[in-house]
Design a binder for this molecule. Structure first.
Ligand SMILES: Nc1nc(=O)c2c([nH]1)NC[C@@H]1CN(c3ccc(C(=O)N[C@@H](CCC(=O)O)C(=O)O)cc3)C=[N+]21
Ligand SMILES: [Mg+2]
Length: 292
């Protein structure tokens, strides 16, 4: 028995992409060029290849230029850094995304830090992490920003809510906590060493699960009426599943994201949003962020 509202991230993302396309057209008229997103893929990890292909398709559908760079799995660090430098200097490139994970001969942190922070549409550069933490304009990582948009579609004000983020990665957990703090939530970040996770999750009005362990967050832990955002994308024998025990959680939650069709499609739509915003800033063309 499902009682929760199932949050349709796929539909929300499609709407966002349509609104982005409208402003991309305005940008093109004003500047005579399309916003450009460079995506770099090192190696041939099948999941990464799928994501890169769908990013390229979504980029073109929004009227932007997709520049794709596929490098062999044995690419060395100096070669990758040289490509990043070239993209930093290229005026046609508004956004740079180096697909993670990278092969082990490459120091991912060094590559992230080589990206011009003002083209870092992933929001992974420490300068952008610092900007987010201090409330300065920059780029916010796509997945947590997409989660926040879905939450605000349910609760226009999050002020005073108890939010529990399960997971403390630089890519999702930490920036998610910063965003929720910025919305005046009372934020708890739980992780693998948290004691009595059931009790911590049970206090939450908002649960964001981003640990990468299938079904780690049990449905019975969810406070009745809570909003549950499942960032997990786990490939199992049963297919693609999230970090939340969906069937049980959906009987208790007020609203919950499915996997697939929840957070994943938002990640790509927000990447396009960040690229449009970057193009606007770099060209001095106003982007109406409130209308996105
Ligand atoms: N520099 C970098 N930036 C990223 O943003 C980045 C990355 N590296 N590496 C890999 C992860 C993963 N990621 C996803 C994007 C879209 C879906 C997505 O669209 N998922 C769909 C379909 C899932 C499927 O069928 O495989 C869904 O959840 O409904 C998922 C995951 C971006 N990532
Ligand atoms: Mg952890």
């Amino acid at each position: 028995m499902t009682s929760a509202t199932i949050i349709d991230g796929k539909a929300f993302a499609a709407g966002l992409r349509t609104r982005i396309a409208t402003q991309v057209a305005t940008f093109r008229e004003a500047t005579g060029r399309a916003p450009g997103l460079a995506v770099v893929l090192v190696g041939e990890d099948p999941a990464s290849s799928v994501y890169v292909r769908s990013k390229g398709k979504a980029t073109r559908e929004a009227g932007m230029e997709s520049l794709e760079y596929r490098l062999p799995a044995d690419t060395d660090q100096a070669t990758l850094l040289a490509l990043v430098e070239r993209l930093n200097a290229d005026p046609a490139v508004d956004g740079i995304l180096v697909q993670l994970p990278l092969p082990r001969q490459i120091d991912a942190q060094a590559v992230i830090q080589a990206i011009d922070p003002d083209k870092d549409v992933d929001g992974f550069h420490p300068v952008n992490a610092g900007r987010l933490a201090t409330g300065v304009e920059g780029f916010v990582p796509c997945t947590p920003l997409g989660c926040l948009m879905l939450l605000k579609s349910i609760h226009p004000s999050l002020s005073g809510m108890n939010a529990v983020v399960v997971g403390r990665s630089n890519i999702v957990g930490k920036p998610m906590a910063q965003l929720l703090l910025g919305e005046s939530c009372t934020v708890t970040v739980a992780h693998s060493r948290t004691r009595d996770l059931a009790e911590v999750v049970g206090r939450a009005d908002i649960v964001v699960a981003a640990v990468g362990v299938p079904g780690l967050v049990k449905g019975a832990w969810i406070k009745p009426g809570a909003s549950v955002i499942d960032v997990g994308i786990n490939r199992t024998e049963a297919g693609l599943v999230g970090d939340v025990e969906f069937d049980v959680a959906a009987t208790r939650a007020g609203a919950i994201t499915p996997v697939p069709g929840g957070v994943g499609p938002m990640t790509i739509a927000v990447l396009l949003r960040n690229t449009l915003v970057s193009a606007g800033r770099r060209a001095g063309v106003a982007i109406n962020e409130a209308a996105l």
